[in-house]
Design a protein around this ligand. Structure first.
Ligand code: ATP
Ligand code: MG
Ligand code: MG
Ligand code: MG
Length: 435
């Protein structure tokens, strides 16, 4: 009967059976009679053992000459091996070289970040990027599952737009035939329109921001998940947000144990983040906490938080924390003012623990036509750009709320990585547009 072709990830179903696996060589060592091949097949990293007296002199010598990244078709028997991260190894009975490899630039030794980023197209093959991309995939999969089970439908926002909801300083301008267009910074205004049509909706798409500063948290191109809910106030939206984040963390804990192990990310830390509710603290109180700490002598009411402030605040709690009701001046125009205070909005940022900063920004939206028009005028925004958006308040306006999660922010935090560039396959950074 023909040999069954499998992926190493499915090993447990093939213990002590002979199978075929396509893969690449990552490292090897050999003695006179036995060779140990370190292999990867895209689904896992594992060891292959070759015995000279089993494969014959000629093949054994060829195997000893193989270079890193040679692509191979392997036939062998799967064995349990508790010493490996992965839990299985393969005893190779025959092997075919599909593609040889030149001297591979990424060796097992340490490389600098710039070198690795220049070789991102190859670096993706290494263990750490593998584990992060698998977790990224799990976060995306769990996002669809969560919103599906909560009754949301996915409605995508356009990427080419005529105006900018989050302000104009970080916009990418492009030509749109004989007019100007901008790459989307957020799909939110469109999601509001979609919520008025279909109630609970979410978008998942790229966002572009010409962030001029180099930080560990900002990409030029990143992916956002933006849910929007009709007939929903801010308080209830916070509950959706914390359920969503806890669900993402739980999904990674359930389905990415091997990947967390490869990253040395302690599941015990993540388990704390699945316990609800998350604490809530007002912006006013947050300012007090910063001032009383003595570490932020210049902080005053009205300031926006940077990375040090967000890190300090999050450290006061052992779970993600919502900071509520920011001053109007530091948040976008579309938010609804607090019912009893006219200096703050009904909004919240969710700050991740361990110094990862804001992962979600959200708010209840202004529903009143006249008030919204007034804000647009006060801010000197281009009124005609917002006619369609104002229409939403003319035809059956309802309370509605929504939020935006930065996918790579969430992944950087969940994986415990230092820099957001690791959380996206091909990062776009201030000085990097290639590969
Ligand atoms: P920050 O204060 O960190 O600059 P923001 O308040 O400008 O973020 P929002 O406009 O609220 O960001 O966007 C929603 C979410 O998108 C943020 O909470 C964050 O998770 C993510 N995000 C924003 N800017 C970036 C970026 N440049 N790179 C990666 N993710 C980002
Ligand atoms: Mg920003
Ligand atoms: Mg912010
Ligand atoms: Mg924000």
């Amino acid at each position: 009967k023909p040999m069954k072709q499998i992926n190493i990830i499915d090993s447990k179903d093939y213990v002590d059976q002979e199978v075929e696996i396509g893969g690449w060589l990552t490292d090897k060592r050999s003695s006179g009679k036995i060779a140990f091949l370190q292999l990867r097949d895209g689904t896992g990293f594992f060891q292959g053992v070759v015995l000279k007296n089993q494969v014959g002199e000629e093949l054994f010598e060829e195997i000893k000459r193989l270079r890193q990244e040679s692509s191979l078709k392997i036939v062998g028997t799967i064995h349990k091996d508790d010493r490996s991260h992965f839990g299985y190894e393969i005893e190779i009975s025959s092997l075919e070289v599909l593609g040889t490899s030149e001297d591979y630039p990424i060796t097992p030794k340490e490389h600098g970040v710039d070198f690795l980023l220049d070789h991102r197209h190859l670096w993706l093959r290494s263990k750490k990027p593998y584990a992060i991309m698998k977790i990224r995939n799990e976060v995306i999969r769990a996002t669809y599952e969560f919103f599906n089970k909560e009754g949301f439908i996915k409605i995508d926002a356009p990427i080419l737009t005529s105006s900018a909801p989050e302000g104009t300083t970080e916009l990418f301008k492009t030509k749109y035939f004989d007019r100007e267009a901008y790459l989307s910074q957020s799909g939110q205004l469109y999601e509001e329109a979609a919520a008025m049509a279909y109630d609970k909706v979410f978008s998942f798409g790229p966002a572009f921001r010409a962030e001029k500063s180099k930080t560990r948290r900002h990409l030029i191109e990143f992916w956002m998940i933006e849910p929007e809910m009709a007939f929903m106030h801010q308080e209830e939206s916070l509950e959706v947000q914390e359920r969503y984040i806890a669900f993402l963390v739980q999904s990674v804990l359930d389905n990415c144990q091997y990947e967390l192990k490869l990253l040395d990310r302690d599941p015990k830390i993540l388990e704390k983040y699945t316990k609800l509710p998350y604490p809530r603290v007002s912006y006013d109180k947050a300012i007090e906490m910063l001032q009383e700490s003595g570490e932020f002598p210049d902080t005053k009411w009205g300031d926006d938080f940077g990375s040090p402030e967000e890190t300090f605040l999050a450290e006061q709690f052992d779970k993600p924390v919502f900071v509520l009701n920011y001053p109007k001046a530091i948040k976008p125009f579309y938010m609804k003012p607090h019912p009893t205070r006219d200096d703050v909005y009904l909004c919240a940022d969710l700050l991740a623990p361990e110094g990862y900063g804001e992962i979600i920004g959200g708010s209840e939206r202004e529903t009143d036509y006249d008030k919204l028009l007034q804000v647009i005028r006060d801010k000197g925004m281009n009124e005609p750009d917002y006619e369609w958006y104002l229409d939403l308040r003319k035809y059956g306006t309802v309370p509605h709320s929504g939020f935006g999660l930065g996918l790579e922010r969430a992944i950087t935090w969940i994986t415990g990585e230092d820099h957001i560039r690791e959380a996206i396959p091909f990062p776009r950074l201030l000085n990097r547009l290639k590969p």
